[in-house]
Ligand binder design. Sequence first.
Ligand code: FAD
Length: 290
Amino acid sequence: MKVIDKIRSEKISFSFEVFPPKTEDKFEAIQVATEQVAALSPDFMSVTYGAGGGTSKFTVKIASDIQKKFNIPVLAHLSCISSTKEGVRHQLEAIREAGIENVLALRGDIPQGAVNSGDWDYHYASELVREIKEFDPGICIGGACYPECHPESKSQREDILNMKKKVDAGCEFLTTQMFFDNNVYWNYLYKVRDAGINVPIVAGIMPITSVKQVERSLKLSGAQVPLKFKYMVDRFGHDAEAMRQAGIIYATEQIVDLIANGVSAVHLYTMNNAYVAESIKNNLKGILEI
Ligand code: FAD
């Protein structure tokens, strides 16, 4: 089951991201949470991968369990910056053995204090894309993209031209970093198409449903927030239930606007929260059916 077929289908694709446990003792609890998310029948599910070891060993296990149990196509994230060629091959073997046909090819973040050095086996995601193609040309490969520019890039133009290298190497679609202002996505899309990149750009939406999440998510993504978002957090941030409701509505509104203006693939960063994912999906019930 290829996720590109879902993304390119006439129907709107609404998919979910989950993360695997960091440690063995958390496995069961996280598995239950990810299965609750999968039970909502998204068009496909993606499972993240810890760059420096961390959560990497559980990615394939969680993804293949979801695929088997729910018959949903899964997308296993795979990063390369801290890996050897042998390590990447090993992961790809595990992915193939588990019957997973889709990989989100990532570079991963450079470990703190390190330099993207010539000694490493991989420096950029495009090298991983080539490696995966060589391993199995039939795997559907996606990549990451950054509507507000990747933090290491000097300019957005440079970032987009670098991104084209991933697409030229074989990325069939790109999923955006979270953004909170849809104008950011529209402006980006225009520039991406102008650069001759024609693959689908799946909109990645992060529902912010607690004040704790605000600082962490914004720091991680570098995303700017519009005044509307700031006012929401100012007014509701101190009340857990009000903030959760407001965050669900904010993400819903973003998605409605995206779909109303022609976006046909949305990926929700669920943070393993089935309640939030279900609430948003219910809000979009009629819209997702058109
Ligand atoms: P690249 O595409 O390699 O780009 C990284 C930087 O290098 C950019 O500034 C780019 O412009 C530049 N660059 C690229 N190619 C070249 C070149 N040939 N020459 C010079 N410069 C170049 N991280 C994880 O660890 N695990 C995950 O599961 C995960 N999932 C993610 C999912 C999504 C949708 C997104 C948007 C990000 C995810 N990340 C994940 C984070 C990601 O690993 C980091 O943002 C990382 O810093 C960059 O990864 P990349 O694959 O985009 O890198």
